[in-house]
Design a protein around this ligand. Structure first.
Ligand SMILES: NC(=O)c1ccc[n+]([C@@H]2O[C@H](COP(=O)([O-])OP(=O)(O)OC[C@H]3O[C@@H](n4cnc5c(N)ncnc54)[C@H](OP(=O)(O)O)[C@@H]3O)[C@@H](O)[C@H]2O)c1
Length: 242
C-alpha cells in the first residue's frame, strides 16, 4: 500500500520500529531525528532507509527539508510523526523550559511536518498521516502536566486535520499507545501492559493501513481504561494519582 514514507523521530523506539517495518515491506523511508549516529545505526544494512538529521524545533527548516525529501524519494504517500519527549517532572516542580520543549517537539513540530504533508496529500487526493499520540492525553494529569497537555493537543490537532482532509481522500490516523518499552519509559518501574516497541509499531501501522482515518489505542484494551478515566468527574479525578 505505501511506497514512500517519512518517519519523524525514528532514531529510536517506536519510530525506529515503524521505519524498519516499513522498509522490510518494501517502502523507501526517510528517517529523521537529531542523533546522526543513531540514524546511521537504524539505516545500516538497508538501502530502503535514508537518514536525515533534523531537530523538529527548527521549524523554519521544515518546508525546504520536506520538499527535498519528497524530491529525493520521488514522491510521498505516508508521513509518520513519532518524535516526542517526556522529561521527568518532580512533585512541586514547575519548569517552563521542560513544558516548552514538550509543546515544541510533541505538538508544534507535528504541525510543522503535518501541514505540508496535508497540503500535498489533499491536492493529490491520496496519502496517509499517522501521528503517535498517547493515552496520556485523555486527561490532564498531575504527574506531568506538560506531557498530558501536549498529547491532548496532538490528539485534537489530528482530529481537526482528519475532519479537514478526509473528504479529499487523505487518511489521518491517531495511534494512542499505552506503555511501550523504549528509552522514554526506562527507569519507570513496573508498568501496566508494557509492550515492546515492535508491537506498538505493528499495531500503529495496522491502523494506518486500514485506510479509514482510524483512531486507535495500542493495544486496543487501553480503550477501556480511557473510557473509565474520562468518566471520572473532575472533583474525584484530582484526588487520584493516575
Ligand atoms: N514509550 C511509551 O510508553 C509511549 C507511550 C505513548 C506514546 N508514546 C509516544 O511515542 C513517541 C515515540 O516515543 P518512544 O517511546 O519511542 O521514545 P524514544 O525512543 O525516546 O523516541 C523519541 C524519538 O523522538 C525523537 N525526538 C525527540 N526530540 C526530537 C527533536 N527535537 N527533533 C527531532 N526528533 C526528536 C528522538 O530522536 P532524537 O533524540 O535523535 O532527536 C527519538 O527518535 C513519542 O511521541 C511518545 O510521546 C510513547
Amino acid at each position: 500500500m505505501f511506497t514512500k514514507a517519512i518517519v519523524v523521530g525514528a532514531s529510536s523506539g517506536i519510530g525506529e520500529a515503524i521505519a524498519k517495518q516499513l522498509a522490510a515491506s518494501g517502502v523507501t523511508v526517510a528517517v529523521l531525528g537529531r542523533r546522526t549516529a543513531e540514524l546511521e545505526r537504524v539505516c545500516a544494512g538497508s538501502d530502503k532507509l535514508k537518514p536525515y538529521t533534523h531537530d523538529v524545533e527548527a521549524f523554519d527548516e521544515v518546508p525546504d527539508l520536506f520538499a527535498k525529501i519528497v524530491a529525493d524519494l520521488g514522491g510521498l504517500d505516508l508521513l509518520v510523526y513519532a518524535a516526542g519527549v517526556m522529561p521527568k517532572v518532580a512533585e512541586g516542580e514547575y519548569d517552563f523550559d521542560k513544558d516548552r520543549q514538550m509543546m515544541a517537539v510533541n505538538v508544534v513540530g507535528a504541525m510543522a511536518w503535518m501541514n505540508p504533508a496535508a497540503a500535498r496529500f489533499e491536492a493529490a487526493r491520496a496519502g496517509t498521516i499517522l501521528g503517535i499520540s498517547s493515552i496520556a492525553g485523555e486527561r490532564g494529569r498531575r504527574g506531568n502536566p506538560g506531557y498530558t497537555t501536549s498529547k491532548a493537543a496532538l490528539t485534537a490537532y489530528l482530529e481537526a486535520l482528519r475532519n479537514r482532509c478526509s473528504r479529499y481522500g487523505v487518511n489521518v490516523v491517531t495511534a494512542k499507545p499505552g506503555f511501550v518499552s523504549t528509552a522514554m519509559t526506562q527507569g519507570m518501574g513496573k508498568l501496566l501492559w508494557l509492550i515492546p516497541a515492535d508491537e506498538a509499531a505493528r499495531q500503529s501501522l495496522a491502523l494506518a493501513r486500514r485506510g479509514t482515518s482510524a483512531i486507535g489505542f495500542v493495544p486496543a484494551r487501553w480503550s477501556l481504561v480511557a473510557w473509565v478515566v474520562r468518566s471520572i468527574p473532575s472533583w474525584l479525578f484530582r484526588r487520584t494519582n493516575v
